[in-house]
Write a protein that binds this ligand. Structure first.
Ligand SMILES: C[S@@+](CC[C@H](N)C(=O)[O-])C[C@H]1O[C@@H](n2cnc3c(N)ncnc32)[C@H](O)[C@@H]1O
Length: 262
């Protein structure tokens, strides 16, 4: 029997089981959340989201699918991302109010942290998967930041969205990485689903008349040619890697602007 099918002591709660295996679309118990943390990162509290350790958020009725536990941006990282986005937004030319969009919402945790740092901004998120959407929509109702979460494909939803021309638009870009991440050679930004360049170009066209700030989640190692392709699409960019002691598995962001440089 494939040990990933079972639920016993010998099963390893790792990325493969939760993202691609039997637990992908299952709501995890608190014990499973903690086990993923300890089996994969040596820390049962690893999946800290919305400012809480697992026992606390689980106790409040918040629930995650296996895939979302892997795909979510945990607090330590989302806090740094939110802080850097807010500092950069403050330097954007002639813009005092912002709409923050997460086209690939998942848990909504990064958007939650961006809104904590970027005060008075409005938050909009899109989620394609109906199961992820249903859980996240329920989860964010418990939070102290207001997020409008809409179900569907980001392309269609964005095209139908009118954002006043005097508002700055901040976009957090973290589509599923799938096979784009090879731990040995790094993350290929051309192979995420959809590719990062496609997302940046599309959103750039949709909001061509207003200042745009992109923050794209990246891995410590990024394919250099794929990074150069994305940088060529924007007016200004800067790569930041956050050293959170993940032993070569650190994440970072590519900050970028269109329609003005900070
Ligand atoms: C890596 S997760 C996002 C993590 C999230 N930003 C966070 O803060 O935890 C990517 C999510 O994007 C969703 N997704 C994939 N393609 C999409 C699309 N075309 N439109 C909207 N959502 C999409 C997936 O179902 C998945 O939940």
């Amino acid at each position: 029997m494939d040990e990933r099918e079972g639920n016993g002591e010998d099963v390893v709660y790792d990325r493969a089981l939760l993202l691609h295996g039997a637990k992908r679309n299952e709501v995890l118990t608190l014990e499973e959340i903690r086990r993923y943390g300890s089996d994969s990162f040596g820390d049962a509290e690893y999946v800290r989201i919305y400012g809480m350790p697992p026992a606390q958020w689980y106790g409040r009725g918040i629930r995650l699918l296996g895939r979302t536990a892997v795909e979510c941006t945990r607090d330590a990282l989302a806090d740094l991302i939110g802080s850097d986005i807010a500092s950069l937004a403050a330097k954007m030319p002639s813009t005092s109010s912002f709409t923050v969009i997460d086209p690939f919402a998942g848990s909504c945790n990064t958007l939650y942290w961006v809104l904590r740092h970027l005060v008075k901004a409005e938050g909009i998120a899109f989620e394609l998967d109906p199961l992820v959407y249903a859980l996240s929509n329920r989860n964010i109702a418990f939070l102290d930041q207001k997020i409008e979460l809409v179900q569907g494909d980001y392309q269609t939803l964005l095209e139908n969205r009118n954002i006043p021309a005097d508002r700055g638009v901040v976009v957090f870009v973290a589509p599923p990485w799938g096979t784009a991440l090879d731990e040995r050679v790094g993350l290929d930004l051309r192979r995420t689903t959809p590719p990062i360049g496609e997302v940046v170009s599309r959103i750039g066209r949709t909001f061509s008349g207003q200042p745009l700030l992109f923050a794209t989640q990246v891995y410590e190692k990024v394919n250099p040619a794929s990074l150069a392709d994305v940088r060529a699409l924007v007016d200004w960019s800067e790569l930041r890697i956050y050293r959170l002691n993940d032993e070569g598995r650190n994440h970072g962001i590519l900050l970028a602007t269109r329609g003005g440089t900070p």
